[in-house]
Design a protein around this ligand. Structure first.
Ligand code: ADP
Length: 180
């Protein structure tokens, strides 16, 4: 499923983001940039030592990455040249600024991508695994944030993909894309 906006094409696919043939993939990381499970574990395993070392350097320089922000590293052994690591909010019921922090993850990741001349980027469903963000709500925040950027004068990649791991997550994003 896809939709064309003024500045970018948005595409939903189902699959494993570590296999994406794309300029950059986004990782749902944690603040310490230390290997977790879920998509983070899969990306680190596939990216290999170069990715782990690059995260170690960032941690030594700036202590990690705060929630809502993003950092960029090599893609190591991945088909993607870069990994943009962003830290989604942990769901706490919805009144702790989660939506603004999640929107910030998408904005910061796309800005960092544009600064590095990334033309195509793939996101997973940030925060909806271990971090517990309800997928339906997260999908609306993600797609509305990207739509707003893609309809503005912001510099962003021309192809923005979501690589969604399971049927239920794909359905939530497909419904949200139909609604916007
Ligand atoms: P968070 O800690 O931000 O919640 P998780 O990794 O626990 O991150 O989950 C985020 C989403 O990533 C979930 O929908 C999960 O199913 C999905 N996911 C897990 N592995 C992969 C993968 N290899 N490719 C794409 N998505 C994945």
């Amino acid at each position: 499923m896809q939709k064309q906006f003024t500045q970018a094409k948005l595409e939903l696919v189902q699959g494993d983001i570590t296999k994406a043939e794309i300029d950059a993939i986004v990782n749902a990381a944690n603040e310490k940039l230390i290997g977790g499970g879920g998509v983070d574990g899969a990306i680190r395993r596939a990216g290999g030592d170069a990715v782990v070392k690059a995260c170690d350097v960032i941690r030594a320089q700036q202590g990690g990455c705060p929630t809502g922000k993003a950092v960029i590293t090599t893609g190591g052994n991945l088909p993607a040249q870069y990994i943009i690591h962003t830290v989604g909010p942990i769901w706490q019921g919805g009144n702790a600024g989660e939506a603004a922090l999640l929107a910030s993850c998408y904005k910061e990741s796309l800005q960092l991508a544009a600064e590095n001349e990334v033309k195509s980027i793939a996101f997973p469903s940030i925060s909806t695994g271990v971090y517990g963000y309800p997928t339906k709500n997260a999908a609306s925040v993600a797609l509305e944030t990207i739509r707003d950027l893609a309809e503005s004068n912001a510099m962003i990649p021309e192809l923005i993909q979501f690589v969604l791991f399971d049927d239920a997550t794909y359905s939530c994003y497909a419904d949200a894309l139909s609604d916007i």
